[in-house]
Design a protein around this ligand. Structure first.
Ligand SMILES: Cc1cc2nc3c(=O)[nH]c(=O)nc-3n(C[C@H](O)[C@H](O)[C@H](O)COP(=O)(O)O)c2cc1C
Length: 320
């Protein structure tokens, strides 16, 4: 049996939501602008492009905006990654066509235009926040990863910190469809349980991903959640996000040997890094098919708890 405890860094501390990662500034061009007088109001329609090539080769986002003075009335965005090779459309053409369509509609009847397109902010239930978030990737609610997750939660509570465990397999999570629309808005086109998961990740100081090895990688439910976090990655690219969060990887494999974790740890590491979360260390337990119950491994619970406490920092003093 191999119990692998890897320390990548020993820096403990708290992330502060006041510190945000700097936004990557794209190169912007104004493609067209027109002033439209209709119904006694003067509207401005502007189309601009932003070149994100420094981060994503060839990605250009087009934003069409209608304002009346200071007020933003409608926004349409599209980007060059949205269109698959066999789709006979290009983002710039779509944006220019939309600009012509909107100009026509405003001239014809600005009130109908306002009714159809006026910006509405989506209403999302507030995500519950906690210091520790554990994403438990096994579909088995009473398996070994669940035991690891419960130890992590106990460690947080022993430190006076809040904790929650997320079970992607039990949640409503659509599969990422690669539409790249998250690069237009910073959010996903689907409104499902991912909204809460992303909110919880954003609000945590330590994120633990706990996963069994399934066919050398992570189970499907966890992979759905990982891929859908691309929207949060896009949001960070466009608007910045928290920094200083820590990440830990816990994994169990049925077979014997460290090589069984190669792919799983790479997937989870890439996931954490994509979200600006530093992968700080790993606890990898192999040969579990023979061990059956990881509670029989001497010292493991202690190791897990120490690792979690190390990255949750010192005990939180009660509020006065
Ligand atoms: C569909 C499936 C695929 C698996 N693939 C692997 C694998 O590729 N390598 C491995 O070492 N163990 C593999 N296992 C064994 C699990 O990693 C092992 O049983 C683990 O303890 C399950 O974690 P859990 O108790 O948290 O559910 C697989 C198990 C299942 C059900």
């Amino acid at each position: 049996m191999l119990l692998c405890l890897k320390n990548i860094s020993l820096n403990a501390g708290f992330f502060s939501s006041a510190i945000r990662v700097p936004v990557m500034e794209p190169i912007r061009y104004l493609i067209r602008t027109s002033d439209i007088s209709a119904g006694g109001t003067r509207y401005t329609l502007a189309l601009q492009s932003e070149d994100f090539s420094a981060m994503y080769p060839g990605m250009v986002r087009f934003t069409l905006m209608v304002t009346d003075g200071e007020r933003m009335i409608a926004v349409f965005r599209t980007n060059s990654f949205e269109y698959s090779p066999l789709v006979p459309l290009a983002a710039e053409k779509v944006a220019l066509q939309k600009a012509e369509e909107w100009e026509r509609e405003i001239r014809n009847n600005p009130l109908v235009f306002m009714h159809n397109y006026q910006q509405k902010s989506p209403v999302h239930p507030a995500a519950s926040e906690s210091d520790l978030v554990v994403i438990q990737g096994s579909p088995r609610a009473d398996g070994n990863c669940s035991i690891l997750a419960s130890w992590a939660v106990d460690a947080a509570h022993e430190r006076g910190r809040t904790a929650q465990v997320i079970y992607p397999h039990d949640m409503d999570i659509r599969c990422c469809i690669g539409c790249y629309q998250c690069y237009n808005t910073g959010s996903c086109v689907f409104d499902d349980d991912m909204t809460g998961i992303i909110g919880a990740i954003k609000g945590s100081s330590l994120l633990v991903v706990c996963s069994p090895v399934y066919t050398n990688t992570v189970p499907g439910g966890l992979k759905l959640a990982i891929d859908r976090c691309q929207a949060y990655h896009a949001e960070r690219v466009l608007s910045g996000g928290p920094t200083g969060q820590h990440g830990l990887i816990f994994s169990v494999a049925g077979r014997k040997g460290e090589g069984n974790f190669n792919c799983t740890t790479k997937v989870i590491s890439a996931f954490l890094s994509n979200l600006g979360i530093k992968p700080e260390g790993e606890i990898l337990i192999d040969h579990v098919d023979a061990i059956r119950d990881i509670r029989t491994i001497a010292g493991l619970e202690q190791n897990v708890k120490e690792k979690v406490k190390q990255y949750l920092g010192r005990e939180k003093l009660p509020d006065k």
